[in-house]
Write a protein that binds this ligand. Structure first.
Ligand code: GDP
Ligand code: IMO
Ligand code: MG
Length: 425
């Protein structure tokens, strides 16, 4: 088993950080392949809670090389802050590597993100306001500035100046926001950051990864966000601006799809979403509030309350198909401990028809109503259970239902936030 891809199967926050940390223990390398500091991956070790935004969740093991891939967009100030936070907690982060091909986030990306959200009142996406979308726009429009540009200060400055002029014009004329960017100050700040991480920069992450694959090293690809936030396969336009799906790993780290041995889908036992956009099994008030409070469902990046709802089998099937899931890690099953009855959405009712495939058209999706199967709750504390055999029968039934819908093998069940609260199958 050399390459494993970890992917979120819903709208993010499924517990990818916890599962990555858990598996990283037996890995040689962990690579983050897309997204930026819109992500918030939580790792709980004993009484310490770490929220990682850019650095791979394998960083707590010194022997594991942790790589920020070419597919990631980096806000260097956030990266430095994160390294400092780790150092303060006794983790030197010397095992961190950064792709020279990753794109950089600048203040104008954040300003554009905020301005667009403010103007597009009706269709507001509810982004994390970290400048992620505008940075990816520049990447695909070939106006981006990459880590490698630090090696030539003159051209860095030229590219930045061009971008500052363009973005000031757009912000001023289009969004009526007067901005006065100081070229020298930004150059100074960014080269200050560069100095601190220069020794971590790798010219070609793809060479690093492929050499490791050839040596049969064990590699984990850590996805951010989730399948339903994928720019191609999610609920567009209410998505993020990258490809969190398993295929995104090949692009964001530079290796061929035939090298992937295992695709592990992280599945929350219910569903949450932060920001705008469709969410068919959402429960507003009542049970939704109970899920939020019991599950601590507040954004790890923005602190926003997450919208909560029942497990959605249609979303699960979609994620299974798009990612080619081979295995599942089901998380937060303990959050359902107190329920008498738990609903599982097995299909949608849409214009008089029962459908099992997630509709690509949002207009059609709006007309869909979830079809639920009700399962009896187990009403027992699962947080101390570490073997599958010891789970109550009703909890097993619930897990088996999710496994059957996904059509992939359940290999991990998480019963609490802490590293050790896990059942391995
Ligand atoms: P990620 O973005 O997919 O890494 O997920 P987040 O870290 O944003 O959100 C998951 C939240 O649930 C974090 O607060 C985790 O500490 C917590 N968590 C993870 N697994 C479990 C679990 O099995 N049970 C409970 N109760 N909390 C969990
Ligand atoms: P992790 O990796 C949950 C959501 C935002 C918004 C949409 C677009 O922790 O699972 P963006 O800032 O990316 O342009 O926002 O995507 N979003 C996430 N939701 N978890 C995340 O990351 C997210 N990253 C972005 O709330 O709806
Ligand atoms: Mg998160």
């Amino acid at each position: 088993m050399t390459v494993t891809v970890i992917v979120g199967t819903q709208w993010g926050d499924e517990g990818k950080g916890k599962i990555t940390d858990l598996l990283a223990r037996n890995m040689d390398m962990v690579v983050r392949y897309q997204g930026g500091n819109n992500a918030g991956h939580t790792v709980v070790i004993g009484d310490k809670t770490f929220k990682l935004h850019l650095i791979p969740s394998g960083i707590f093991y010194k022997k594991v090389l942790c790589v920020i891939g070419n597919g990631v967009v980096i806000d260097p100030a956030v990266l430095i802050e994160e390294i400092e936070m780790l150092k303060k907690n006794g983790h030197a982060a010397e095992n961190l590597r950064i792709s020279s091909q990753a794109h950089l986030i600048f203040p104008y990306h954040r300003d554009l993100d905020a301005a667009q959200e403010q103007v597009h009142e009706a269709g507001r996406i509810g982004t994390t306001n970290r400048g992620i979308g505008p940075c990816y726009v520049d990447k695909f429009n070939r106006r981006g500035i990459r880590v490698t540009d630090f090696y030539n200060e003159r051209s860095f400055r030229e590219k930045l100046e061009w971008n500052l002029n363009e973005k000031s014009l757009i912000l001023d004329h289009m969004y009526k926001r007067k901005v006065a960017y100081d070229l020298n100050k930004i150059v100074e700040d960014y080269f200050g950051y560069f100095k601190l991480v220069r020794h971590m920069i790798v010219e070609e992450v793809s060479t690093l990864v492929n050499t490791a694959i050839d040596k049969k090293k064990k590699i984990l690809m850590e996805g951010a966000q989730g399948t339903m936030l994928d720019v191609d396969h999610g609920t567009y336009p209410y998505v993020t601006s990258s490809n969190p799906i398993a295929g995104g790993a090949c692009i964001g780290a530079g290796f061929g799809p035939e090298k992937v041995n295992r695709v592990l889908g992280v599945v929350k036992a219910y569903v949450t979403r932060v920001g705008g956009g469709p969410f068919p099994t959402e429960i507003t008030g009542g049970v939704g509030d109970v899920l939020r409070e019991r599950g601590g469902e507040y954004g790890a990046t923005t602190g926003r309350p997450r919208r909560c709802g029942w497990f959605d089998g249609v979303v699960m099937r979609h994620a299974s198909k798009i990612n080619g899931l081979t295995h599942l890690a089901i998380t937060k099953i303990d959050v359902l401990d107190s329920f008498d009855e738990i609903n599982v959405c097995t299909a949608y009712e849409c214009e008089g028809k029962r459908i099992k495939d997630f509709p690509a058209d949002l207009g059609r999706l709006e007309k869909c109503k979830p079809v639920y199967e009700t399962i009896k709750g187990w009403r027992e504390d699962l947080t101390r259970i570490t073997s599958y055999k010891k789970l109550p029968l009703r909890a097993k039934k619930y897990l088996q239902k999710l496994e059957e819908i996904a059509g992939a093998k359940m290999s991990l069940v998480s019963v609490g936030a802490e590293r050790g609260q896990i059942i391995k199958l």
